[in-house]
Design a protein around this ligand. Sequence first.
Ligand code: SF4
Ligand code: SF4
Length: 163
Amino acid sequence: MEKYFEEQCEFIKCKPGCCSCCEVGEYPFSRLEAEYLMSGYIKLDKRVQQKIKKEINQIKQNNLKYYKCPFLQEKKCVLYNYRGIVCRTHGLAWYDYDEEKIKLPYCVNLGLNYGKVFDRETGEVFLQNPVKERLTIDSILRSPEAESYELECGEIRPLIKWF
Ligand code: SF4
Ligand code: SF4
């Protein structure tokens, strides 16, 4: 991912405090990733844990499909080092061979990543070299690189369904 972000750096606006990508979403996580995330959660300050638990309960009670990630606190991911594949890949443009089109991150509509090569009125994308790899969680977990680790990643669910 570091290599991809370096290659695409002229189109990338990500910086600390920019968090629109964590403010609305479903955030698919495999079981393995959810467990890794929680291995970071148990090290958090108890007050932060309480706040997160409260937000998780509210999302569940309201049965929300799209929601702010409960681990986004004060515009920062409190589990940054433990975040999932969806968090690590988000922000890049990649070519979807199935749909024969370039997939752009949502924040292109906010004039952020790839904003300068996207025409919001016509939907045209003027990008020569998107990442030539399918950057979805299921494709990555089934990639030869992932399989070489022989990890049991388990089922994939929206993040909130793990609680
Ligand atoms: S992906 Fe977009 S919204 Fe998310 S940090 Fe990067 S620029 Fe900001
Ligand atoms: S785990 Fe962190 S990076 Fe991933 S969606 Fe939540 S706040 Fe964003």
